[in-house]
Unconditional design. Structure first.
Length: 454
C-alpha cells in the first residue's frame, strides 16, 4: 500500500481494531431467542453505542424497532454545509451452527494463518470496526469532512424487517446524501469491489399433514400417506433435472452481464467436493447473481438416532428463495406458494407461512459517489481498478433506503469475500482487507466532501 498519512494511521490502529473486534465477537448476538438469550444482543448493542459515544457522536440511541430488536444510531456533525453520509453495519450474527465443525470457538476471536476467525468477524461486526477505523484515521488527519450518521442494525440476519419499518416510520432519521453499506465484500481478497446488485429474498415454512398420528410402517406402510415422502416430492419439484430452480411462472433464465466468476474459482471458494457437479445451467454468475435460487435451509423429520419403524404424520421444512433484480419478491412468494400447493401429492394438507422477505436491489453505478469510491480504491489498492459485481445475498434495508431517499447514492462494500465463509462454520476476516477498506472508506469521505463543494 502506498504510504500516506491516512494509511499510516489505520495501520497503527490495527491492534486496537483487533482488540475491539475480539470484544464484539464475544457476544452471541443471534437475534433469535430460541438460539441465544436476548441479553447477548442487548450487550452487543450497548457496546456499539458506547463505541460511538467514545468517538464524540451525538444523539446516540438504542432504537426499539417493531420486530423487537434494537438498532444503534448516532450522528457526528461535520463542517457547515458539508454533505451527510450514512454508514451502515449490523451487530447481529448467524447462529454458530455445528459447533463441532469450528476449529476454534465461534465466539472467541482467534488468529490463524493470517486471518481472524469467529462468528461476525466479517458479517458484519467487522464492518462496524471498519467504519470506526476510517473515522479515527480522518480525525487524526485534519478531521471528518462530512456529517456522519451511523446506524447499526440488530436483526439483519433474521430478515424480520425491524429497521426497515422503523425507518419508514421515522424517515428523517437516516436521510443522507450518500449511504455506505458495510455488509458486502470484495470479489476476492485484494480486488477492490463494490456490489452493484443484490438478490432479494423470501423465507417460508411448509408443513404437510397426512395422518392424525404416526403409524406402524409394517402394519400400514404402502397405503398410508407418508407426510415426509409428500414433503420430499414437493421439495424435489422445485428443481429441474439439471438442478436449476424451477417455480411455475417464475422466469429463471436471465443472464449476468459484467464481471464473471470462473467455475474453477467458484468450486474452490465454495469448497465443492471433487467429482461433484454444480447444479443449474448458464454461467456461475448467471446462477448466483441473475437468477432465482431456492434452498431448503431446514427440515423437521424423525432423526436417524432413535428412529422407529413408523410412518410420519407430519413434516415441515423452511425454504429460502433468492430473487434477482428485475423480479418482485412479493410476486415470487405468491408463485412459490402456488407451486407448492399444486405439487403437493395425494391431496395432503399443506400449510404455508411466510417468515421473511426483502426486495432485490440495483445500484446506480454512474453516480458521483461511485467516482469518489473508485478514486479511493485506487489509493487503498495500488495498481488495482475498482470492479463492480453482484451478490447473491440480500440486504432488505437497501430497498427501503432507496425508496425513502431516492436522491441518495448507495454504495455497498465490506469484508465478506469468499474466504470469509460467512454464515458457515469458521467464518473469518482478512485483517489486511479490513485495513485496506478502512483506508478506502476514509479517502472516499474526503473525495465525496470535495465533490459536493460548490
Amino acid at each position: 500500500m502506498t504510504s500516506n498519512p491516512i494509511a499510516e494511521t489505520v495501520r497503527s490502529l490495527m491492534p486496537r481494531a483487533k482488540a475491539e473486534l475480539t470484544e464484539l465477537v464475544a457476544f452471541e448476538s443471534v437475534a433469535d431467542e430460541a438460539v441465544a438469550p436476548r441479553s447477548e444482543c442487548e450487550a452487543a448493542a450497548n457496546w456499539v453505542a458506547d463505541a460511538l459515544r467514545a468517538e464524540d457522536f451525538q444523539d446516540v440511541a438504542l432504537l426499539d424497532t417493531p420486530d423487537g430488536s434494537q438498532a444503534v444510531y448516532g450522528i457526528l456533525p461535520g463542517p457547515a454545509g458539508a454533505p451527510t453520509v450514512l454508514l451502515y453495519a449490523h451487530y447481529d450474527v448467524q447462529p454458530k451452527l455445528d459447533e463441532s465443525a469450528w476449529l476454534t470457538p465461534p465466539f472467541e476471536l482467534t488468529e490463524r494463518d493470517g486471518r481472524w476467525y469467529g462468528r461476525g468477524t466479517a458479517d458484519c461486526k467487522g464492518g462496524f470496526v471498519l467504519h470506526l477505523l476510517a473515522l479515527r484515521a480522518l480525525k487524526a488527519n485534519g478531521g471528518v469532512p462530512v456529517t456522519v450518521k451511523v446506524i447499526v442494525e440488530g436483526s439483519e440476519e433474521q430478515g424480520t424487517g425491524g429497521l426497515e419499518r422503523y425507518a419508514e416510520e421515522h424517515p428523517e432519521l437516516l436521510a443522507s446524501d450518500a449511504i455506505v453499506i458495510g455488509d458486502a465484500g470484495n470479489f476476492r481478497v485484494g480486488l477492490p469491489t463494490v456490489t452493484a446488485t443484490l438478490r432479494g429474498m423470501t423465507m417460508i415454512r411448509v408443513r404437510i399433514d397426512t395422518l392424525e398420528g404416526n403409524l406402524h410402517s409394517g402394519q400400514f406402510g404402502g397405503a398410508a400417506p407418508d407426510a415426509l415422502a409428500a414433503l420430499i416430492r414437493v421439495l424435489d419439484s422445485l428443481r429441474g433435472p439439471d438442478g436449476s430452480t424451477v417455480i411455475d411462472g417464475l422466469p429463471c433464465d436471465k443472464a449476468w452481464e459484467g464481471l464473471q466468476y470462473p467455475e474453477e474459482d467458484f468450486r474452490r471458494d465454495a469448497k465443492v467436493l471433487t467429482g461433484v457437479d454444480l447444479p443449474g445451467a448458464g454461467t456461475v454468475a448467471d446462477r448466483i447473481w441473475a437468477r432465482p435460487a431456492v434452498t431448503v435451509i431446514g427440515i423437521d423429520c424423525h432423526p436417524v438416532a432413535g428412529a422407529t419403524p413408523s410412518i410420519p404424520a407430519s413434516a415441515r421444512a423452511q425454504l429460502s428463495l433468492r430473487v434477482p433484480p428485475g423480479q418482485d419478491a412479493a410476486e415470487a412468494t405468491k408463485l412459490l406458494f402456488a407451486h407448492i400447493e399444486k405439487h403437493t401429492p395425494w391431496n395432503a394438507r399443506v400449510s404455508l407461512e411466510q417468515v421473511g422477505q426483502g426486495q432485490p436491489f440495483q445500484a446506480d453505478t454512474s453516480s458521483p459517489a461511485y467516482a469518489s469510491m473508485a478514486e479511493a480504491m485506487r489509493i487503498a489498492y495500488p495498481g488495482q481498478e475498482m470492479q463492480t459485481a453482484g451478490m447473491g445475498g440480500s440486504i432488505p434495508l437497501c430497498n427501503t433506503l432507496a425508496s425513502l431517499y431516492p436522491e441518495s447514492e448507495i454504495l455497498l462494500i465490506g469484508l465478506s469475500e469468499p474466504e470469509a465463509q460467512i454464515h458457515a462454520p469458521n467464518e473469518s476476516v482478512s485483517p489486511e482487507e479490513l485495513e485496506r477498506l478502512s483506508v478506502a472508506e476514509a479517502h472516499f469521505l474526503l473525495n465525496y466532501a470535495r465533490s459536493k463543494q460548490v
